[in-house]
Design a protein around this ligand. Structure first.
Ligand code: SAH
Ligand code: SF4
Length: 354
């Protein structure tokens, strides 16, 4: 794995990425799956040292979408035949928020049925909350471990964050029958090659179904960015692509996202990630007027666009590299289906309006 991550020979690099692309085709199929991303709130009780919407950043204008607005965004994704949505937000554990999410899940499930996938990315919660949300209709959960090295994890977070609690959350999610996703901040200050190898081993040891990882990007109003003398965009993109290819070669049948952080580094960042083994994209369906308030890092797009425009752009990009757009079905991780004893072909499709 250290070789895959550090190899500098251009021919060897393109051979590694080509192999990762072929392994992706063989194990997850021809399609690149679409998930409509809805950033439902930027209110957060946490204070991660790298994140632009951390609690102590007073310059953020905080928002919370109401249920009707979230449902309109989800409907827009459904009407474009996307088979899944991802609901993401800052972390909150107050009862009002837990209820809000639970009711939202019921509404989405009621209107679009169980063949429409729902992924949550709402941080650390109690086992009871994860259970409630699973029962209300959530299928998948994304919770990045950020770094598998507890020492580096400690440096990236204030003292009230706990690596073991976060890892435990991933185990609980698996026990509750979620498709479980995790990932890392790639190229974060203080990270070594050994840490990155450890990250790949972590994915394997936890038998993860989905991977959502992206390059670290600084945000000027965070403690971590203050230590950063200069930031090398091309190095970060390169590291991100290396991690994607290595993860695909190691994990094979997982769903692996080409994340927005890659697009922030290069216009063709997501297409390059797809060519290196990723198989999921997440067009943004957050209402354009709130998108700029959900700034986790600098270099994020300065402009905004509608979900429809985002999907059209991704379709063009995917077709330009000779791949197929996966729509009209949930696109579950084959890894999850296999570990549940189901055939990957069992993933159902839906008809609009059915
Ligand atoms: N609050 C939830 C979900 C929203 S944050 C949670 O933390 O799980 C989603 C992800 O954004 C985080 O897991 C983190 O990996 C990523 N992120 C935050 N700040 C970032 C930065 N400066 N650069 C790159 N990714 C960042
Ligand atoms: Fe909050 Fe998530 Fe940002 Fe941490 S990474 S401050 S939990 S939104």
């Amino acid at each position: 794995m250290a070789f895959l991550l550090s190899c500098d020979d251009p021919d060897e690099r393109s051979r590694i990425e080509g192999k990762a692309f072929a392994v992706r085709r063989q194990h997850t199929g021809r399609q690149i799956w679409f998930r409509g991303l809805v950033e439902i709130s930027n209110i957060c009780r946490k204070n991660c040292n790298y994140c632009g919407i951390r609690r102590d950043n007073r310059s953020v204008s905080r928002y919370e979408l109401d249920a009707g607005t979230v449902m309109r965004a989800v409907r827009a994704a459904y009407n474009l035949e996307l088979g899944s949505v991802v609901l993401q937000a800052g972390e909150r554990q107050d009862e009002a928020f837990l209820d809000f999410i639970e009711n939202l899940l019921h509404s989405i499930h009621r209107e679009f049925g169980d063949d429409f996938g729902i992924t949550l990315s709402l941080g650390e919660q109690s086992p009871d909350t994860y259970r409630r949300w699973r029962k209300a209709g959530a299928h998948r959960y994304l919770l990045r471990i950020e770094s598998s090295n507890p020492e580096l994890y400690r440096k990236l977070h204030p003292a009230d964050h706990d690596f073991t609690v976060r890892r435990r959350c991933l185990e609980v999610l698996r026990d509750l029958d979620y498709q479980v996703g995790t990932g890392f901040l790639i190229g974060v200050p203080g990270q070594s090659l050994e840490d990155m190898v450890g990250d790949l081993l972590f994915l394997r040891n936890l038998d993860i179904d989905m991977i959502g990882m992206g390059p670290y990007l600084p945000h000027e109003e965070t403690p971590l960015a203050l230590d950063l003398e200069d930031f090398d965009k091309s190095r970060q993109l390169d590291l991100g692509l290396r991690m994607i290819a290595a993860a695909r070669l190691q994990l094979r049948d997982v769903n692996l996202a080409a994340t927005t952080a890659l697009e922030a580094l290069a216009a063709d960042g997501r297409e390059r990630a797809l060519l290196a083994g990723a198989n999921v994209v997440m067009p943004n369906f957050t209402p354009p007027e709130t998108q700029l308030d959900y700034r986790l890092y600098e270099f994020a797009a300065r402009g905004t666009c509608s979900g429809e425009q985002a999907v059209a752009g991704l379709r063009r990009g995917i077709e330009s590299i000779g791949c197929e757009c996966g729509i009209g079905a949930r696109g579950d991780a084959p890894h999850y289906l296999r570990r549940k004893g189901k055939s990957p072909a069992a993933t159902k499709s839906f008809e609009i309006g059915s």
